[in-house]
Ligand binder design. Structure first.
Ligand SMILES: Cc1cc2nc3c(=O)[nH]c(=O)nc-3n(C[C@H](O)[C@H](O)[C@H](O)COP(=O)(O)O)c2cc1C
Length: 207
């Protein structure tokens, strides 16, 4: 998702100063369930506005040598806007992302995320509200968008176990149905929608 979003915004002329992968030990529960747990923070130099024509290669930090959150926050401090990507972890974001957000003093921030349940904009909005609450008071939340993401195989097995025990269990059927629907996400449409929201947010600050 982060790569695709960065690509779309680069096409639109946004110049990326840096790209940081926040993957670390906090992501272990996700990996154990087969969920890709990459989280990312992207810093955008937006001094030229969203229509800047130059784009620079993104610098990246390998997942194996993740710097301290404070170091990452310092790198992000060079950016006019910080795009923070996250996967929904128990209704919010993972601790690594929480810490990163807390360090974004005075920054403009756009949030983008994935979560297992994807059919309710209200649900997305609730998650975004919880996640943005980690920003310092003087950070400026410029917007956010979410889409559905895949869930691990272990999750599906758990739902199937519920159904085996009780074949009439309508909730288990709904959960399995949702798990299956999640397999095609994030889709190209999801990326386009999130990129459109990001562009709108950048236009909002350029005015
Ligand atoms: C430990 C854990 C907790 C999760 N909590 C939630 C949750 O509260 N709500 C939700 O919709 N999805 C939840 N999920 C599902 C993940 O958000 C989903 O698998 C992830 O966003 C997929 O992203 P991806 O397709 O970009 O890899 C959870 C997954 C794990 C592993």
């Amino acid at each position: 998702m982060a790569d695709a979003l960065q690509r779309e915004l680069s096409y639109a002329g946004v110049r990326f100063a840096t790209f940081i992968d926040l993957d670390d030990a906090d992501a272990e529960p996700a990996q154990s369930e087969g969920v890709e747990s990459a989280k990312s923070a992207e810093g955008v130099e937006n001094g030229q506005g969203a229509n800047a024509d130059a784009s620079v290669p993104a610098a990246s930090v390998p997942a194996t040598s993740v710097p301290a959150a404070s170091t990452i926050a310092t790198q992000a401090s060079e950016a006019d806007v910080v795009f923070v990507g996250f996967w929904c972890d128990k209704g919010s974001c993972s601790p690594a992302v929480q810490h990163f957000l807390q360090g974004l003093v005075g920054k403009r921030v756009f949030l983008f995320g994935t979560c297992g349940f994807g059919e309710s904009d209200e649900y997305f909005a609730q998650i975004l509200e919880r996640v943005r609450a980690y920003l310092p008071v003087d950070a400026q939340y410029i917007g956010g968008a979410m889409c559905q993401g895949k869930m691990g195989m272990g999750v599906k097995r758990r739902y199937e176990g519920m159904l085996e025990k009780d074949p009439e269990n309508a909730q288990a059927r709904m959960l399995i149905d949702n798990w299956n629907k999640a397999q095609i996400h994030p889709s190209e449409d999801d990326v386009s929608r999130i990129a459109a929201a990001a562009k709108e947010a950048l236009e909002g600050i350029a005015e």
